[in-house]
Design a protein around this ligand. Structure first.
Ligand code: ATP
Ligand code: MG
Length: 294
């Protein structure tokens, strides 16, 4: 049975889609079969893995997550190959904007996504869901369908603000709708190693969530912000860049967590496989201490 992971944070622009796309591509590159589900009406995850030339047809095809969730399209008919048979995409389309309203009055409205994903779960090693920047019905659907949540945290002021609301929502979903929902981990995104604030936020998150923070840290990089406009992950756009390394590390760390090896990577524990490189919390904090001694 594949692991179903929602990438969620109701704050906008914190790196949810970038994480969903790059993690999906990194897992697929590691020979895992992956389904990327784009549950955001903005459709950025879809355009992040599909070239412009195919995108128009895809979004206007009437075969997207929307028709599967709200209508009766079999989800298999919405799924497309994004990188051959390794990475599949269930695309979003503009119609998904209406889904929250259309589902609102239906019975079982929180389970619409679970209903369509459950039957195909065993076809994938990982199903990664990109969610919109809100705690609305679409995000709720992803939390009800998922085994776990990855929370990208942008390294800026107020990074922790709003986390309480997300954790509360997760707690409520656990109590009422999906008792097995776990927090897979928090991942620091757009980390700028030269910026004091990035280190401060990193330490703060580590202090509060020592067993939940991923050792792999995602650096802020121009290559990362350029890659989506080419319909490519940063791993394909510039395989040697720091961002590509970071997302490969995150994928390796996730695989290790899920398979039980190096499950906890917080204080004192050995970093999980793949994380013991330059873009790890440990290495960044060590370099920062070194610098402040000088
Ligand atoms: P939304 O809430 O709107 O869905 P999001 O949380 O999905 O946003 P992204 O779209 O992944 O966030 O990222 C926001 C912007 O920041 C994008 O333009 C993206 O290319 C850029 N970005 C994301 N991660 C990085 C990074 N590590 N370095 C540089 N730019 C980044
Ligand atoms: Mg997004």
């Amino acid at each position: 049975m594949g692991r179903l992971i929602a990438i969620a944070n109701q704050k906008g622009g914190v790196g949810k889609t970038t994480t969903a796309v790059n993690l999906a591509v990194a897992l697929a590159a590691d020979h895992r079969k992956v389904l990327l589900v784009d549950l955001d009406p903005q459709g950025n995850a879809s355009s992040g893995v599909i070239a412009d030339t195919r995108l128009g047809e895809l979004k206007s095809s009437g075969r997207t997550v929307y028709e599967a969730m709200v209508g009766d399209l079999p989800i298999a008919d919405a799924i497309r190959e994004a990188r051959g048979d390794r990475l599949h995409l269930a695309p979003s389309g503009p119609a998904l904007v209406g889904a929250e309203i259309e589902l609102a009055t239906r019975e079982g409205r929180e389970r619409a996504l679970k209903r369509i994903l459950d039957p195909i779960r065993d076809r994938y090693a990982f199903i990664i869901i990109d969610t919109p920047p809100s705690l609305g019905l679409l995000t709720l659907n992803s939390l009800v369908a998922a085994d776990s949540v990855i929370v990208p945290m942008q390294c800026e002021y107020y990074a922790l603000e709003g986390l309480t609301a997300l954790l509360d929502t997760i707690r409520r979903v656990r109590a009422a709708l999906n008792p097995k929902l776990e927090i897979e981990g928090l991942v620091l995104t757009m980390f700028d190693a030269r910026n004091r604030l990035s280190h401060e936020i990193g330490r703060e998150v580590q202090k509060h969530f020592p067993d939940k923070i991923f050792e792999s840290v995602i650096p802020r990089s121009v290559r990362m912000s350029e890659s989506p406009s080419h319909g490519l992950s940063v791993l394909e756009y510039d395989a040697k860049s720091a961002g590509a390394e970071a997302y490969r590390n995150l994928a390796a760390e996730l695989i290790a967590r899920v398979s039980g090896a190096g499950a906890k990577t917080g204080n004192g524990a050995e970093p999980a496989a793949g994380a013991a490189r330059s873009w790890s919390l440990r290495a960044l904090f060590a370099r920062d201490r070194e610098r402040s001694r000088r």
